[in-house]
Design a protein around this ligand. Structure first.
Ligand code: LLP
Length: 409
């Protein structure tokens, strides 16, 4: 239990009570309803600094993938630190602009940008659009002519590489809907060579999410380097390379994580002598570890060969276990003596069998009204929440040192 700081540096037990930064989570649960999303701002800031300082030879533009968590408090934190942002809808684009992100650091990604969304991006003069198909580029060209505006474009390459991550968050194989097959890239450069409105500045990739080893990155980076060198050899200017996101984080004792310094080193080894502007789009890495969900045990129901510890957080607050079979570590907010009992499933209250967080947890002490913390829920948790079963949306609080700020927008 002492190793909770491996999940979040600002999470620790003092006298058997769990604290996030300088705030007791027992105290927080008396002030706010549970389930409650709690975030450590310091952890988010640290994650960014660690990533940024891991680069020695190049200075990538770090564009936070807003889809990981679009709470205003997070946008304000990262825009104040000078990050850029990767958006995938006009909602994300507008929210980024109204909360401090510089339009010159906004990248618009996504496989299904609508006509209206493309128009907004062009009019707002953002840094670039990452294009996912020839058809999308044709539409952008049409809209640029109509609006008499120019736009910078990176072509998203589908390198046909398996990121070795969960089937549902793998994006770089040819059967996935994302990106343009590499054999079509050169043809698009040729077609748009003389175009005055469409400025193809480079390439982008994103092979998947929660990637746990460097190997797939290495393969994809090498593949894209080859494409860049070929394009340059036949006279095309390639000045920008967006390497996407995908770095995984610690969710439980079993999953592996990448050493961020080796990730940076790999990027520098492969690309630093090419004189490219490098963009990164981390989402989970920046915010995932910063968040936890504090939840209360509703009751423990006795079963035949196991019990069911029913907590007040459910798949409406955190859908990752139901959707991807993800296992988020769950720990007590107050440590008490472990009782000898049957193992217990930790489940939510939603009327679905998939509303389960942990299967047959052994050696625990949970009973009615105890508080638990579900770890590593800063990314893809509140932003994927629903009102299923017509439950209230849970509050989100942001902690820095001894300050608490509630922000549900
Ligand atoms: N760039 C692009 C183009 C993306 O599609 C994504 C994530 C990212 C960057 C950020 O990836 P990250 O660094 O966070 O891995 N809901 C899933 C994850 C879906 C990721 C979608 N795209 C989950 O809970 O695991």
């Amino acid at each position: 239990m002492n190793k909770v700081s491996e999940y979040n540096q600002y999470l620790n037990y003092k006298n058997n009570k769990l604290f996030l930064e300088n705030i007791s989570l027992l105290h927080v649960a008396t002030k706010f309803y549970t389930p409650l999303y709690c975030y450590s701002i310091s952890q988010m800031e640290d994650n960014y600094r660690i990533l940024k300082n891991s680069f020695k030879k190049i200075k990538p533009l770090i564009c936070y993938a807003l889809k990981a968590n679009f709470n205003k408090e997070i946008i304000k934190t990262f825009s104040a630190l000078g990050l850029g942002v990767d958006v995938v809808s006009s909602g994300e684009l507008k929210k980024s602009l109204s909360n401090g992100f510089d339009k010159n650091k906004i990248v618009f990604s996504g496989v299904g940008k609508t006509t209206q969304e493309i128009e907004i991006a062009i009019k707002k003069k953002i840094k670039q659009i990452n294009v996912e198909s020839i058809e999308e580029l044709e539409e952008i060209n049409f809209l640029c002519k109509k609006l008499r505006r120019k736009i910078n474009i990176c072509l998203r390459v589908n390198p046909n590489i398996d990121a070795g991550t969960h089937e549902k968050i793998s994006t770089g194989r040819s059967e996935d809907k994302f990106g343009i097959p590499d054999e079509n890239i050169q043809g698009i450069f040729e077609k748009y060579k003389e175009n005055k409105l469409i400025n193809i500045i480079g390439l982008s990739i994103h092979i998947g999410s929660q990637i746990e080893t460097l190997e797939p990155f290495k393969r994809a980076f090498k593949r894209i380097k080859g494409i860049i060198l070929n394009l340059r050899a036949i006279g095309f200017k390639v000045s920008c390379l967006d390497l996407g996101g995908g770095v995984g984080i610690k969710y439980n004792e079993k999953n592996k994580i990448i050493n961020i310094k080796s990730y940076a080193k790999l990027i520098e080894e492969i690309f630093s002598n090419l004189g490219l502007e490098i963009i990164l789009e981390p989402g989970r890495y920046l915010v995932g570890s910063s968040g936890i969900i504090v939840s209360r045990v509703i009751r423990v129901k006795e079963g035949i060969d196991k019990n069911f510890t029913i907590i007040d957080a459910g798949m409406d607050n955190l859908i990752r276990p139901a959707l991807y079979g993800a296992i988020h570590k769950i720990i007590p907010v107050k440590i008490s003596k472990i009782k000898k009992d049957k193992p217990s499933d930790i489940v939510g209250p939603i009327c679905e069998t998939s509303d389960i967080f942990i299967n047959k947890l052994k050696n625990h002490s949970f009973k009615k009204d105890d508080l638990v913390a579900i770890l590593s829920t800063g990314a893809y948790s509140s932003c994927m929440a629903s009102r299923y079963n017509l439950r209230e949306k849970a509050n989100e609080i942001f902690i820095k040192k001894e300050k608490i700020n509630i922000s549900n927008k």
